[in-house]
Write a protein that binds this ligand. Structure first.
Ligand SMILES: NC(=O)c1ccc[n+]([C@@H]2O[C@H](COP(=O)([O-])OP(=O)(O)OC[C@H]3O[C@@H](n4cnc5c(N)ncnc54)[C@H](OP(=O)(O)O)[C@@H]3O)[C@@H](O)[C@H]2O)c1
Length: 322
C-alpha cells in the first residue's frame, strides 16, 4: 500500500538556477527515491540528466493547461525563481492549488520571513510575503494547502564571500568597514540549503510521538537553514588567514554605523535607487538585534534534520579557491 505519510512526488520550477540546482541535486541523490518533475521555460537552455526519476516539462509559466499537467499528482511544488520571474509565482500557485498540490515551497531563500520589521522595511521581501498570504487565502478554498518558507540569510559562496564588498569587506582594495552596531548573523552554503530542504521534505508528514520532527511542524512556518553564525570581523579574519595576509595589510574603519547606512539606503530608495533596496537587506542581516541572527531556531532545525554547523574557515577557503 502507498505510504501516505511521506512526500513522493515533487515538482521544481527553476531547478537549473543557483538555489534550485542544489535542491534538485540533493533530492535526486536522496535515498527516498523522490519522483521529480522539472518545470522549465520554453526558451530555457537548461539541461537535466536523463534519469527515470526525472520528468522534464518545458512550457510557459502562464499556460494553464501546461501547468495543470506539470502539477498533477505532485505532493509538493518548489519555486526557485529568478527575481524577474517572481511576478508569475502567484499564478503558478493558483495552478498548483487547482491541481490538488498540498505543499508549496515558495520563492523565499532570504531572511527570516517571520521578522515583520524586516519584511515591512525591505521592499524586496514584499512579494515573498504576498505569496505566503496568497497561499493562506487559497487554503480557504483548497483545504490543506500550506507553505514551507526556507530562510537562508545570505548565500555563502556566491554572495557573502564572492561579493563580500556588499558586507563591508573589499578584498581588492584591502579595505573594510566594520560596523560597531553589527552583530553575528547566519549564512548558508549552497550545498547546505539543498540538503536541508531535502531532509525536511523527507520527514514524515505527521508524527504523533515527535511532532517537531514532522513536516506538519513546518506547515505555514519557516525552515531555518544555517551553515554558520558569524560576525563581519570573523569574515575579515578568515579572508586574511586563507590569503596569508596580516591585519596590517588592510585598512579597517569602524566609523560608520549600520544605523547611518540604513538611513542612507532609505533615502536612496525614495529616489528609486534599487541598490539602496539591497543595502537595506544587508542592514537587517548584519544589524545587531535586527533579526539576522536566527541561530536559536536554526539549531533546533539542525537537530531535527541531523545536521551540524559547517567548518567556517574551510568553507571560506573552498569558496575563494573555487
Ligand atoms: N539569500 C541570498 O543571498 C540570495 C541571493 C540570490 C537570490 N536569492 C533568492 O533566491 C531566489 C532564487 O534565486 P536564484 O539566484 O537561484 O535564481 P536564478 O538562478 O537567477 O534563476 C532561477 C531559475 O529561474 C528560471 N527563470 C525564470 N525566468 C527567468 C529569467 N527571466 N531569466 C533567467 N532565469 C529565469 C530559470 O530556470 P529555467 O531556465 O530552468 O526556466 C533559472 O534557472 C531569488 O528570487 C531570490 O529571492 C537569495
Amino acid at each position: 500500500m502507498a505510504d501516505t505519510n511521506h512526500i513522493h512526488n515533487i515538482a521544481i520550477v527553476g531547478a537549473s538556477g543557483q538555489v534550485g540546482s542544489t535542491i534538485f541535486k540533493h533530492l535526486l541523490d536522496s535515498p527516498k527515491d523522490f519522483k521529480l518533475t522539472v518545470v522549465t521555460r520554453t526558451d530555457s537552455t537548461a539541461t537535466f540528466p536523463s534519469n527515470p526519476s526525472i520528468t522534464v516539462k518545458k512550457g510557459s509559466y502562464t499556460d494553464s493547461p501546461f501547468m495543470q499537467d506539470a502539477f498533477k499528482n505532485q505532493d509538493v511544488v518548489i519555486f526557485a525563481l529568478h527575481f524577474m520571474a517572481q511576478a508569475a509565482q502567484n499564478g503558478m500557485i493558483d495552478e498548483a492549488a487547482k491541481a490538488g498540490v498540498k505543499w508549496i515551497v515558495p520563492n523565499e531563500y532570504a531572511g527570516d520571513g517571520m521578522n515583520e520589521a524586516m519584511v515591512e522595511g525591505v521592499p524586496v521581501f514584499a512579494p515573498k510575503k504576498q505569496a505566503r498570504t496568497h497561499i493562506e487565502e487559497l487554503s480557504k478554498t483548497y483545504e490543506g494547502l500550506k507553505w514551507i518558507g526556507v530562510a537562508t540569510n545570505p548565500f555563502f559562496e556566491p554572495f557573502l564571500i564572492k561579493q563580500a564588498k556588499v558586507f563591508g569587506i573589499d578584498p581588492e582594495s584591502h579595505t573594510a568597514t566594520i560596523y560597531p552596531d553589527a552583530g553575528a548573523f547566519n549564512a548558508s552554503t549552497m550545498d547546505r540549503i539543498g540538503l536541508a530542504v531535502t531532509r525536511t521534505l523527507s520527514l514524515p508528514i505527521t508524527d504523533n510521538s515527535n511532532p517537531r520532527a514532522s513536516l506538519q511542524h513546518y506547515a505555514n512556518n519557516f525552515l531555518y537553514v544555517s551553515s554558520f553564525c558569524v560576525t563581519q570581523k570573523q569574515v575579515l579574519q578568515a579572508f586574511q588567514k586563507v590569503k596569508g595576509e596580516k591585519g596590517t595589510d588592510w585598512k579597517v574603519s569602524e566609523d560608520k554605523t549600520i544605523k547611518q547606512w540604513m538611513q542612507e539606503c532609505q533615502e536612496g530608495l525614495k529616489q528609486g535607487n534599487m541598490r539602496a533596496g539591497w543595502g537595506l537587506t544587508m542592514c537587517y542581516y548584519m544589524g545587531e538585534g535586527m533579526g539576522g541572527n536566527y541561530e536559536e531556531k536554526a539549531e533546533q532545525d539542525r537537530k531535527v534534520l541531523g545536521l551540524q554547523e559547517e567548518d567556517f574557515e574551510e568553507a571560506v577557503k573552498r569558496a575563494l579557491t573555487a
